[in-house]
Design a protein around this ligand. Structure first.
Ligand SMILES: [Mg+2]
Length: 105
C-alpha cells in the first residue's frame, strides 16, 4: 500500500465530528501521545523487566503512531514525503555541524 492509498483509507476511519481545526489537532496530539506511550510501554517491559519483546504488538503500536502522525500531516497540509525529506536534511545538517553526534565510528 503506498502512502496516498494509506492516507485515503485512514481518513475513512475518522468521521466528521463537527470539530474545529484546534480540536482535530488536539485529537492528533493526544493520539500520538497515547500510542507512543503504548509502544514505549512494550519496550519498557522488554528492556527493563526482561520480558520477551512483543514484536507483533510493537508493530501494531507503531502503526497506531503512524496513523496519528499521518492524520496530523493531513490536518496541517503537509505530505509525509516532505516530512521525511526535511528530517533527513536536518539530520545531515546536524552531522555536518557536529560530527559524531549520533555516536558510532
Ligand atoms: Mg495502540
Amino acid at each position: 500500500m503506498n502512502e496516498d492509498e494509506y492516507k485515503e483509507r485512514l481518513l475513512e476511519f475518522y468521521p466528521d465530528r463537527g470539530h474545529d481545526a484546534a480540536m482535530r489537532l488536539a485529537e492528533c496530539a493526544m493520539g500520538l501521545g497515547g500510542e507512543t506511550g503504548e509502544a514505549v510501554d512494550l519496550l519498557k517491559k522488554h528492556l527493563i523487566y526482561g520480558r520477551p519483546l512483543e514484536r507483533e504488538a510493537l508493530i501494531a503500536e507503531m502503526g497506531d503512531v503512524l496513523n496519528y502522525l499521518t492524520k496530523l500531516s493531513h490536518e496541517i497540509g503537509v505530505d509525509m514525503a516532505e516530512i521525511r525529506e526535511r528530517n533527513i536534511n536536518k539530520l545531515w545538517a546536524r552531522t555536518q555541524k557536529q560530527p559524531g553526534y549520533f555516536g558510532g565510528k
